[in-house]
Write a protein that binds this ligand. Structure first.
Ligand code: ZN
Length: 124
């Protein structure tokens, strides 16, 4: 089994209103780091990758980004309280560090600024 890390943040569930803690209970997995090793990555932590790394980590590139640009990606998470899944978070990475991880709803305006979306994404 390939290794991964967890992206962690306090996230409020849009279904039940419970705020999930910033720990792996939200099951937001990522393989962006080449040396992923089950670490919890949160706001302020370093996270560096290039476009090829992202493709190999099973992200779909919606649009390319410039080296000096902040990268926005969408990952899915699940609520540890109501077990609702198919929830989405926008992760912003700036200068090789995680700047924000926020609960979001999928909508066209969001997709206009997002560069990467994880493999689970679909419109159904
Ligand atoms: Zn919930």
């Amino acid at each position: 089994m390939a290794m991964f890390d967890y992206l962690v943040a306090k996230l409020q569930c849009p279904r039940c209103g419970h705020t999930a803690p910033a720990d792996p209970s939200t099951n937001m997995q990522t393989r962006l780091r080449l040396d992923a090793c089950m670490q919890s990555l949160g706001v302020g932590d370093p996270l560096s990758f290039n476009q090829r790394d992202a493709v190999e980590a099973n992200y779909t590139v919606l649009q390319p980004w410039q080296p000096d640009e902040s990268v926005h990606l969408l990952d899915s998470w699940s609520c540890p309280h109501c077990l609702g899944d198919d929830l989405w978070a926008e992760v912003t990475i700036e200068n090789g560090r995680i700047r924000a991880i926020e609960n979001v709803r999928l909508e066209p305006a969001l997709l206009e600024r997002v560069h990467l979306v994880c493999e689970l994404y679909n419109w159904k």
